[in-house]
Design a protein around this ligand. Sequence first.
Ligand SMILES: Nc1nc2c(ncn2[C@@H]2O[C@H](COP(=O)(O)OP(=O)(O)OP(=O)(O)O)[C@@H](O)[C@H]2O)c(=O)[nH]1
Ligand SMILES: [Mg+2]
Length: 392
Amino acid sequence: MSTVNYADYLGDSFDPTSGEFDESKAKQQARDSKDTFNILLSGATGVGKSSLVNAFFGEEIVEAGVGKPITQHLEKVEVKDKGLVLWDTKGIEAKDYHETISQLDSELEKSFKNVEHIKDVPHLAWLCIDSSGARIEPRDIELLNLLSKHNVPVVIVFTKDMGEDSDKFIEFATMEVNKTHSSAITPRFARVNSVERRFSAQFLLPVSGLENLLDMSLKSMGLGKKNAAEALKKAQRIRNKVRLDAMISGAKTKVHIASAASATAGASPIPGSDAPIIAAIQSKLIYEINCEFELDLETSTATTLITSILGVTAIAQIGKTIVSNVIKFIPGAGSFVGGAISATTALAITEAIGHAYIMVLENYFDEITGDIVLPDNTAEILNMFKTFFQKP
Ligand SMILES: Nc1nc2c(ncn2[C@@H]2O[C@H](COP(=O)(O)OP(=O)(O)OP(=O)(O)O)[C@@H](O)[C@H]2O)c(=O)[nH]1
Ligand SMILES: [Mg+2]
């Protein structure tokens, strides 16, 4: 683990001269530091791209995002809180689709060249094809070639899957793609039905294939895109246990970084100068954990929680005697010497806060919806936090 200096960690959210902490800047930093999963969506109008995205990432996704037209044929939709960026292509079904493809080509070229925005490249593409279609269109093959040229892994998604009725076309289309497609990257195939459809009182075609699409998408990204794969696990709403594990793991990484940063503050030789810095680091850490768990940072519960949690740990009160009383609850905190918080102590307290807070959030995870649902009663949350925090 590389050690982060506290000044770098806090950036412009902390003013070392006045000792002032800027909450809103820290929140913004926490939001910006969340990894994103960037997915390129392609397919003709009406093929079911939006329905798929909504079913896969949660109902409100398409409306929630802020769309920004990049070119006439490409729109980027950012859903920051979810760590999700959609690149939505438009007009691929038009007769002059070559125009669309060449615009996409130069856009991809640009994004991969721009090293300053290296995070801002598509990690995966879903190329959507309607299962009820009659043939594979040449434009789909051209798109596939284009994506392969830029090393964007592709999952071909057969949408509106009607079970056995779709078998024939999908089998044929898969063969066609494998035959015509000449590239080092082998596309993967998935079939989905993203909208429940009722044919009669007795017969309902359920939503299907989304689990398989998730597994395939994760596989397609391979080892080189670990952060993006973790972001996908957090953003998806298909396997909630996978989502929870990814949120916990992301939050733990944030805890390690913040703990290391607070150790560098604890090592400060000026007595009394370290407490406000450590409190600022811990506040930012709570924001970061909230982001990992996709909790709204602006609710009153979130604000009350932070104040109360840091109140429990007493660092925020700067009273050194209170700190020394708290130390004995913290495993491995070491001794508390001469009024200054040692590097080891600072590290141990920050770790203890982080891990206790993660356990609290895990406790409020709803396995059905995949959301963290906090009670309005912050005292209840705080009591749980205290239990975890003081547990050796
Ligand atoms: N039964 C069923 N209907 C679907 C499915 N996917 C989409 N639809 C329906 O097909 C229509 C078009 O779906 P959209 O998701 O809007 O398609 P789109 O690709 O986003 O379309 P554009 O944004 O116009 O390019 C809607 O009426 C959907 O309800 C599916 O998997 N199964
Ligand atoms: Mg759409």
